[in-house]
Design a protein around this ligand. Structure first.
Ligand code: DC
Length: 211
C-alpha cells in the first residue's frame, strides 16, 4: 500500500505521515529532505539555488546519508529547497529515488507536494493536508521558538506566503491536490485529531475497495 500525503509547509503533513507509517508498519520518506539536501549543497558550494546547472549537479549527487543532518531542517535550507524545486531537471533527477522508495515491498508513506499527482499517481490513499496561512505561520513560529530561534512573527508569515506562492505557481509539478485526494484542513485540529481523521479515511477507503 502506498499512502501519498501532500500539502503546503507547516500544515502538519510530516507529523501525520510519520505517525501513519509507524501505525501501519510502512516505510516513511519525507521527500522535502531531498529538495532541502539539494538546496543546501548549492548554498554550501557558494552558489545560487536558482542556478539550474548547479542545482541539477547537486541533485545528481544526492546523498541519502545526509537526510539526518539537522541543518536540513533550517529555514535557509527550506528557502533554497523551494527554489531548486522549481527547476524541472532537478525534479526529474529526484523522481527515480522517490519511486524506488515507494516500491518498497511492505508499502510506504511519502509526504511532499506532488506525491499524489506526479511521484505516485496510483497511490491507494491520497490525503492533501492543509491549513490557513495564519495558522501555519503560527505553528512555524512555535517550532522556531521551541528550537530557541528568535523570529519575527510578521517575517515568518511573509516567508511562508512567499514559499506558498513559489510552490503553487511553478510550471512543473505545482502544489495542487490530486483530483482523487481527500482534503484535510487541520486549521482547527490538533495532531491527535488529524491522525484519527486520517486513520478513519484510510479505513473507509480500504473498506470501499475491499483491500
Ligand atoms: O516540506 P518541506 O518544507 O521540507 O519542503 C521544502 C521545499 O521543497 C518546499 O518549499 C517545496 C519543495 N518540495 C517539492 O517541491 N516537492 C516535494 N515533493 C517536496 C518538497
Amino acid at each position: 500500500m502506498i499512502i501519498a500525503i501532500d500539502g503546503p509547509a507547516a500544515a502538519g503533513k510530516g507529523t501525520l505521515a510519520r505517525r501513519l507509517a509507524s501505525h501501519l508498519g510502512l516505510a516513511y520518506l519525507d521527500t522535502g529532505l531531498l529538495y532541502r539536501a539539494v538546496g543546501l549543497s548549492v548554498l554550501e558550494a557558494g552558489g545560487d539555488p536558482e542556478d539550474a546547472q548547479m542545482a541539477l549537479s547537486a541533485a545528481e549527487q544526492l546523498d541519502p546519508a545526509r537526510f539526518g543532518d539537522p541543518a536540513l531542517r533550517g529555514e535557509a535550507a527550506g528557502a533554497a529547497a523551494s527554489k531548486v524545486a522549481a527547476i524541472g531537471a532537478v525534479r526529474a533527477a529526484l523522481l527515480a529515488f522517490q519511486r524506488r522508495f515507494a516500491a518498497t515491498a511492505a508499502g510506504a508513506v511519502l509526504d511532499g507536494r506532488d506525491i499524489g499527482t506526479v511521484v505516485c499517481p496510483d497511490a491507494e490513499i491520497k490525503i492533501f493536508v492543509t491549513a490557513s496561512l495564519e495558522k501555519r505561520a503560527e505553528r512555524r513560529l512555535k517550532e522556531l521558538q521551541a528550537k530557541g530561534v528568535s523570529a519575527i512573527p510578521e517575517r515568518v508569515l511573509a516567508d511562508m506566503r512567499e514559499r506558498d506562492a513559489r510552490d503553487s505557481a511553478r510550471d512543473v509539478a505545482p502544489l495542487v491536490p490530486a483530483e482523487d485526494a481527500i482534503v484535510l484542513d487541520t486549521s482547527s485540529l490538533d495532531a491527535d485529531a488529524v491522525f484519527n481523521t486520517a486513520v478513519a479515511i484510510i479505513s473507509e477507503r480500504r473498506l470501499a475497495r475491499g483491500t
